[in-house]
Design a protein around this ligand. Structure first.
Ligand code: GRF
Length: 223
């Protein structure tokens, strides 16, 4: 019997290159998942164009039209829930979410962050990695908790920080890897291999002691 298709709603605020990577991966690879809708809090987010071009509903809710965070988050919930998503994928969504929103989607809300968490939560991660003299930088995919960039980390991918790197060259190196790691994690969801229980991640029914490091996996291995 074929497994049910994983339903995804993606939240964006900007360019949506991670959204594009996911759209492309779903088209090219045998990932049993479908993006039901893309929701942006910015009317001019280029990611909305990408969604529409791919035949996915591109929705806009203006956060400035709400007097408080909860009002906006409730409007998002009301918009998202009719799609019955199995997971909500944050891909450059630049709003802090209320505890109510996070709790509503507990265990099915994930984010990608451009650092090796727990290092460099928040903004300007590439410059901060340079300033701190780190030799390794990268990206993390994590479950979203009520602490900013603080939920359990599913997977990470590393890039070396080189002598000549600037914040921009590092950003480019990292985002290239983001486009690999995010579709891969979503594939694991589609294969029912990931589960959050409390603050613990189970991968293939085994407790994940530390984030999966994608660099260390041979290219042939389809974890
Ligand atoms: C990425 O760097 C992601 O890690 C961060 O926001 C950026 C989004 O880029 N959360 P894009 O909109 O996917 O191009």
């Amino acid at each position: 019997m074929p497994k049910e298709t994983l339903s995804i709603v993606v939240l964006i605020s900007g360019s949506g290159s991670n959204l594009q990577a996911l759209i492309d991966a779903l088209a090219a690879q045998s990932i049993n998942a479908e993006i039901k809708a893309v929701l942006s809090n910015k009317a001019d987010a280029f990611g909305l164009e990408r969604a529409r071009k791919a035949g996915i509903p591109g929705l806009f809710i203006d956060h400035t039209a709400f007097s408080d965070r909860l009002g906006f988050d409730q409007a998002m919930i009301n918009t998202i829930d009719p799609y019955h998503p199995d997971i909500i994928v944050l891909a450059g969504f630049m709003r802090i979410l209320s505890n109510e929103f996070v709790d509503h989607y507990a265990g099915r809300l994930i984010n990608i962050h451009p650092s090796l968490l727990p290092d460099f939560k928040g903004l300007n991660t590439h410059q901060r990695a340079l300033d701190a003299g780190h030799k390794k930088h990268g990206a993390s995919v994590h479950f979203v908790s009520n602490e900013l960039d603080g939920g359990p980390v599913i997977a990470q991918i590393e890039v070396p920080v080189e002598e000549h790197d600037t914040a921009e060259t590092l950003r480019l190196k990292v985002i290239k890897q983001e486009h690999i790691i995010y579709p891969r994690v979503i594939q694991w969801f589609a294969e029912h291999r990931l589960r959050l229980q409390g603050q613990h991640i189970y991968f293939d029914h085994k407790l994940l002691e530390k984030p999966l490091l994608l660099n260390s996996l041979p290219a042939s291995q389809t974890v």
